[in-house]
Design a protein around this ligand. Structure first.
Ligand SMILES: Cc1cc2nc3c(=O)[nH]c(=O)nc-3n(C[C@H](O)[C@H](O)[C@H](O)COP(=O)(O)OP(=O)(O)OC[C@H]3O[C@@H](n4cnc5c(N)ncnc54)[C@H](O)[C@@H]3O)c2cc1C
Length: 411
């Protein structure tokens, strides 16, 4: 490792699937991880969407190195071909890993990293920078402290920073004022959030799998109730631009979900509104009126904003990062994940070279590394981590992969 003293730990931010995987690989290579998790349990973001069934099977969702560690203690690997819910992933994989005797001593729960810098080096100062340790400000219920580390792996996810409903990328006029009736992400419609949606008119906004999951659950709830109406607002001109996984999609569950949504549309159980670009949300008699240019949608009781997520980069403001201005992913990764270039979601294998920054020994990994691009898979994250941690042991620049040529990636 080129930089700071080797006896310092490597800091990992976030104990989601990818942060935990980083801890496993660090231990395997003889490093000491120090893992900070803002939530009160590992996998805190996963638990927010625990009711959602994943579209990738167990074989994609477990890091082989973590599985090997768990198996030493008699852990039984779940059936490779089954599709877990987020909650099942938490129960059968994340929690056993986080509480494993080798990982648990390095994991600090209720510990939010609020800032990262180099010791006595603000972002402007160059001299000696690469050999100076990182400083992480960690906020806990007992107060704040600074922790020194030789490298930083940011696996803090994006789930806490959803995109706005507003089509301009900023809140629609009135969006904040209507926040009591808006849920961002995928609410547990058939479980804890049921009362919010029973016999209500609900608008789902978004065109990804989170929107499909919400629509599917709303349709199921509607079958059990008397008076529900489900609206679906999308920016596209037609559904054909949205429901487009190839029939031979290697993730068949993803394809099946799309087929189910198409059936619900054909049966007119969902009302689609295309070319919806929300600029204002007004409140009228306890209803929300969504405006898109000169048009408005029928009044609704609630809105589900399944409009994706964005990374919170404020944590890294005092470090020398190169972030692509469009995708908000590390610049060298951007051409591989940019949805403007690749619509089918297949991202070539990549690693430390694409994830590196001018700031030596800093890496963003996991879903946060994709910035605003929506196609991240856990399996990719586990490979990222493997490459990044090998790179920590080397002074050599890892070789970048070639960007995927657009024609092979067009959906
Ligand atoms: C509804 C939904 C379904 C998905 N389905 C699939 C699927 O089927 N297959 C698949 O491969 N992928 C799926 N994904 C995408 C992705 O794999 C998951 O989002 C996954 O949880 C990403 O893992 P991660 O470790 O990168 O981030 P996260 O799981 O989000 O973990 C980040 C962790 O960092 C913590 N944290 C955040 N900020 C800080 C801070 N400042 N300090 C300390 N800790 C912090 C959070 O509390 C959290 O525990 C899905 C995503 C969603 C939202």
């Amino acid at each position: 490792m080129k930089s700071a003293p080797l006896n310092l730990p490597v800091a990992v931010i976030g104990a989601g699937p990818i942060g935990l995987s980083a801890a496993v690989h660090l231990l395997k290579r003889g490093h000491t991880p120090i893992l900070f998790e803002a939530g009160e349990q590992a996998g805190a973001n996963l638990s927010s969407w625990g009711h959602v069934r994943m579209f990738s099977p167990w074989s994609y969702n477990i890091d082989p190195a973590a599985a090997a560690l768990l198996k030493q203690d008699g852990w039984h690997e779940p059936d490779q071909d089954q599709f877990p819910t987020g909650q099942e992933l938490l129960k059968h994989y994340i929690t056993p890993l986080a509480t494993h005797a080798l990982i648990a001593p390095h994991l600090h729960l209720n510990s939010q990293v609020s800032h990262i810098s180099r010791r006595n080096h603000d972002v402007l100062k160059t001299k000696g920078r690469d050999t100076t340790p990182f400083v992480l400000r960690v906020v806990t219920p007992d107060g704040e402290r600074d922790v020194i580390a030789q490298a930083v792996i940011d696996a803090s996810g994006t789930y806490q920073t959803p995109n706005w409903l507003g089509a301009h990328g900023i809140p629609a006029l009135g969006e904040n004022a209507a926040s009591n009736a808006i849920t961002y992400g995928v609410p547990d419609i058939l479980g804890s959030a049921r009362d919010h949606y029973t016999n209500k008119t609900v608008l789902v906004v978004g065109a990804g799998h989170s929107a499909f999951n919400a629509l599917q659950d709303l349709a199921q709830l509607a079958e059990q109730t008397t008076d529900m109406r489900i609206l679906w607002g999308v920016r596209s001109q037609s559904v054909a631009n949205i429901i487009r996984s190839p029939e031979n999609d290697e993730l068949q569950e993803r394809r099946l979900l799309e087929v189910r949504i198409q059936e619900l549309l054909d049966q007119q159980k969902i009302e689609i509104h295309s070319k919806v670009e929300i600029d204002a949300i007004k409140q009228d008699n306890n209803k929300l009126i969504v405006h898109s240019g000169r048009h408005s949608l029928p009044p609704v009781d609630r809105i589900i904003a399944a409009t994706g997520f964005r990374p919170d980069l404020s944590l890294l403001a005092e470090l020398r990062t190169t972030i692509d201005p469009a995708t908000q992913s590390p610049s060298r990764l951007a051409p591989l994940v940019d949805p403007n270039l690749h619509s089918c979601g297949s991202v070539p294998e990549h690693g430390a070279a694409e994830l590196s920054h001018p700031e030596w020994n800093l890496y963003i990994v996991g879903i946060k590394s994709y910035g605003r691009a929506p196609t991240f898979l856990l399996r990719t994250g586990y490979r990222q981590v493997l490459s990044v941690i090998s790179a920590l042991d080397s002074d050599e620049e890892p070789a970048p992969v070639q960007p995927c040529p657009a024609p092979t990636c067009q959906g």
